[in-house]
Write a protein that binds this ligand. Structure first.
Ligand SMILES: Cc1cc2nc3c(=O)[nH]c(=O)nc-3n(C[C@H](O)[C@H](O)[C@H](O)COP(=O)(O)OP(=O)(O)OC[C@H]3O[C@@H](n4cnc5c(N)ncnc54)[C@H](O)[C@@H]3O)c2cc1C
Length: 339
């Protein structure tokens, strides 16, 4: 089966490795240049381990990262590791068509039969039996295929920072009284912290207006583990602000096209499992393709049939996960930016 994967993120790479491992082949098109580096750490959750182990990279990824306890059966609940390390491990041995952007889908009636790709040299067509959208939250494949999606900017946003100084533990978290979180995650280059705040109407400007000192003081009061990491920051420019779009699709595929990862379901990063779910989707689709070599629709049907029940509980809880801890009204010192 000719498979074109749009998107060389973690989900697309796991899919390509899974297909190759089962004797197939796939073309991966990635709009970014080959030298793109993805900054910062990721908390790689245990839901990713099956896919990484099957590909044979779990031990190397773990060795490059920091175990996040608790450990069960000798394995941690998550691994804090540079994002770049994970994608480089996954890319190993794959040929990626860099700076290739999917701009259209080719059709024969209702069926998708390939992708139109734009490169520096112009546009060309890649015929395919199955085009997979592994192209993230704003998926062009999803849009072009007409697969309806519920896109929602989350009520919460993040003020985050990276520090060269690690915290005292691999991972520290404080739950606020309404269930939102402050986190600090150590990684190879120090630590990364974040505060999940109510999304302010004024966006980044409003969130960062009180300045670094005020942020440091308020953050450390709620999560003392961040004292040394935050003391190392010198400018408010070292704080970042990010809003999050959540994605839900009821349909997973249409003839000749399927979705995996954040293109199919993106949840609030507070849950910390998005990558694991995307890799699980990719692994399931790779298995389904191998089981239905000449039948893309059969493969997609099997993929959805196996994977939907496995992922449904996560999607049901989704971005509201932390709200189960809610205990009541939030005191003033838990508000950012302060009133
Ligand atoms: C702030 C933040 C923090 C997060 N933290 C965690 C965490 O701690 N733990 C966790 O498990 N998950 C986390 N996640 C989720 C995690 O990052 C994703 O689930 C993971 O990266 C897999 O995504 P993906 O491969 O589906 O999509 P992406 O990583 O978005 O990859 C999509 C790829 O497709 C390419 N692309 C897009 N459009 C096109 C096109 N038209 N043509 C060609 N290429 C295209 C993009 O360049 C990109 O490389 C976080 C997400 C965010 C936003």
């Amino acid at each position: 089966m000719r498979v074109v994967i749009a998107g060389g993120g973690m989900a697309g790479l796991v899919l390509a490795r899974g297909i190759v491992q089962r004797g197939g082949s796939a073309a991966i098109i990635e709009r970014a240049p080959a030298d793109r580096r993805i900054p910062g750490p990721i908390m790689l959750p245990f839901q990713a381990y099956d896919a990484l182990e099957e590909i044979g990279v779990l031990d190397r990824v773990r060795a490059a990262g920091i175990d996040v306890p608790p450990l069960r059966g000798g394995r941690p609940v998550a691994i804090s590791v540079p994002r770049q390390t994970v994608v480089e491990e996954l890319r190993d041995g794959l040929e990626i068509l860099w700076e290739h952007e999917l701009v259209d889908l080719l059709r024969d009636g209702d069926r998708v039969v390939g992708a139109r790709v734009r490169t520096a040299g112009g546009a060309h067509d890649l015929p395919a039996d199955l085009v997979v959208g592994a192209d993230g939250t704003g998926s062009r494949v999803r849009e072009l295929a007409g697969i309806p999606a519920d896109l929602r900017v989350a009520d919460t946003a993040f003020v985050s920072f990276r520090s060269p100084v690690p915290g005292p533990e691999p991972f520290s978290i404080a739950f606020l009284s309404d269930g939102r979180q402050l986190t600090l995650l150590n990684w190879a280059d120090g630590s990364a912290g974040g505060w999940q705040i109510d999304r302010p109407a004024g966006g980044a400007e409003e969130a960062l207006a009180p300045g670094l000192d005020a942020f440091r003081e308020a953050f450390v009061r709620l999560l003392p583990a961040a004292e040394a990491p935050l003391a190392a920051l010198t400018s408010v420019d070292q704080l970042g602000y990010r809003e999050v779009t959540e994605v839900r699709c009821e349909e997973w595929w249409r003839p000749g096209v399927a979705l995996v990862g954040e293109a199919l379901h993106a949840m609030n990063p507070e849950v910390g499992i998005g990558s694991g779910l995307g890799m699980g989707d990719a692994q399931a689709l790779a298995i389904a393709i191998a089981a239905h070599p000449g039948d893309p629709d059969g493969a997609c049907r099997a993929y959805e049939h196996w994977r939907r029940p496995a992922i449904a509980p996560y999607l049901a809880v989704g971005g509201t996960a932390s709200k189960v801890y809610a205990t009541g009204r939030r005191p003033e010192h838990e508000r950012w930016p302060p009133a």
